[in-house]
Design a protein around this ligand. Structure first.
Ligand code: UTP
Length: 288
């Protein structure tokens, strides 16, 4: 059973400058809720309440967000329930923090979790990626882990001509949604790509990953890439990939962030009707 989760959130967020110059990209809100709160909620909804956030320089706002703010709570009117909601955020899970001292890549960020994790399997949820789904996507992966007891990587289909933007898997299909991997390639050319199944920012890893990270040499951008460590692991043991049921949003990229905001607003009860009406008017050119 998977009881712990790691959320890497130390990256610089250079694709989202200048917003991320002095604030963590993981705190960028989708409407009124920071991205990382959706991510923590997904872990909690998947039955995980021990969460380690990999933080770093300039990321203090994340720690503050998951802490109590007693003065704020006292200033809020009890009637509108906001004070309770603020308290709930601090009590969502047992959240721990560790700082990645140098930004040496996602593999390196996860390596910081080794003592906290010990000898258990654990989920990894990228702190800048939200998945909207009926069944929480980490729960979907945990169910596969419980069946196979091996590393499970979430994947999603992407257009073939865009595979060079992603980590891509190749493997033997075991069903419509499950593959046993034979290959893992970071940003392949479309003509040589083994599939159009892209790694989707969610994983179930086992403690074996820590040894492989130690043995992984710096790759692209001189960083320790998790995909490289997973490829090394694949030469030693089976890895499975599961095509998630849900829609993934990478908020670290400006266009995806905009799309996420619009789609989530259209799903929010209080905004759905007026926001749709506004967008329709805007797009048909009638702004009166
Ligand atoms: P990204 O590659 O999307 O994050 O990593 P980044 O490096 O911040 O992005 P850009 O390219 O500069 O805009 C995915 C997740 O892994 C974390 C990031 O915070 C993000 O949530 N990460 C990445 C770390 O924790 N440490 C790292 O060294 C790199």
């Amino acid at each position: 059973m998977v009881r712990k989760a790691v959320i890497p959130a130390a990256g610089l967020g250079t694709r989202f400058l200048p917003a991320t110059k002095a604030q963590p990209k993981e705190m960028l809100p989708i409407i009124d809720t920071p991205t990382i709160q959706y991510v923590v909620q997904e872990a909690v909804d998947s039955g995980i309440d021990d969460i380690l956030i990999i933080s770093g320089k300039g990321k203090r706002a994340i720690e503050d967000h998951f802490d109590r703010n007693v003065e704020l709570e006292a200033a809020l009117d009890d009637e509108d329930n906001l004070a309770n909601e603020m308290r709930r955020i601090a009590d969502m899970a047992n959240i721990h923090f560790i700082r990645q001292k140098e930004l040496r890549g996602l593999g390196d960020a996860i390596y910081y979790a080794r003592q906290h994790i010990g000898e258990e399997p654990f989920a990894v949820l990228l702190g800048d990626t939200i998945v909207d789904s009926v069944i929480p996507v980490t729960q979907q992966l945990c169910d596969i882990y419980d069946q196979y007891r091996k590393t499970v990587i979430a994947v999603e289909e992407v257009p073939h001509e865009k595979v060079q933007r992603y980590g891509i898997i190749g493997g033997k299909p075991l069903s419509d949604t499950l593959w046993e991997l034979s290959d893992l390639i970071e940003k392949p050319a479309p003509e040589s790509s083994p599939s159009n199944l892209a790694i989707a920012g969610r994983y179930i890893l086992t403690p074996d990953i820590f040894k492989t990270i130690e043995q992984t040499k710096p790759g692209k951008n001189n960083e320790i890439q998790l995909t490289d460590a997973l490829r090394l692991l694949l030469s030693r043991e089976s890895i499975y990939s599961y095509k998630i049921e849900g829609k993934r949003y990478d908020i670290g990229n400006k266009l995806d962030y905009l799309k996420t905001t619009v789609e989530f607003a259209l799903k929010r009860k209080e905004f759905a009707a007026p926001f749709r009406e506004y967008l329709e008017l805007l797009l048909t050119g009638d702004r009166s």
